[in-house]
Design a protein around this ligand. Structure first.
Ligand code: HEM
Length: 130
């Protein structure tokens, strides 16, 4: 992929409808993943809406998350939850599978996973699952 400009990534993802589809497929996988599902509420809709806003902003689209929720402080927002290395692996695995399911081009997928890997392991805050 020759482009690495963030706003281009948001556009390359296909804009709002494509991001919504990706995030919905992602959380359907999270809810079936034994390491991740216990951490999430049964009503996943509010989490989906926040993640759509965050990923839109993270990949260079409109600053929807900050506009609604303030500074992202994402590591701090994950501190109430036991995020292990295994859970970071599982989170990234669900995201890769979701990208495959929505038919994302391989080079775009690789770029986005590379951008998400740093935050995912940065959010690790324990070696204990409980
Ligand atoms: C490393 C593994 C991860 C685990 C186990 C995890 C787990 C969670 C959990 C349990 C929540 C709270 C759900 C609730 O509202 O009850 C959450 C919220 C969220 N996560 Fe993660 N997450 C991970 C990685 C990531 C990554 C890599 C990103 C994006 C770069 C991300 C973005 C978000 C966002 C935007 C929210 C909503 C925050 C809010 O409440 O405003 N997470 N995550």
């Amino acid at each position: 992929m020759s482009q690495n400009d963030n706003s281009t990534i948001y556009e390359m993802m296909g804009g709002a409808e494509s991001i919504r589809r990706l995030v919905e497929v992602f959380y359907s996988k999270v809810q079936k993943e034994p390491l991740l599902s216990p951490l999430f509420p049964a009503n996943i809709s509010p989490v989906i809406e926040k993640q759509i806003m965050f990923l839109t902003q993270f990949f260079g689209g409109p600053t929807l998350y900050s506009d609604s929720h303030g500074h992202p402080m994402m590591r701090a927002r994950h501190l109430p939850f036991p995020v292990t290395k295994e859970r970071a692996d599982a989170w990234l695995g669900c995201m890769q599978d979701a990208m495959d399911d929505v038919g994302m081009p391989a080079d775009l997928k690789t770029f986005m996973i590379d951008r998400l890997r740093g935050p995912a392991y940065h959010f690790v805050n324990t070696t204990e699952e409980e």
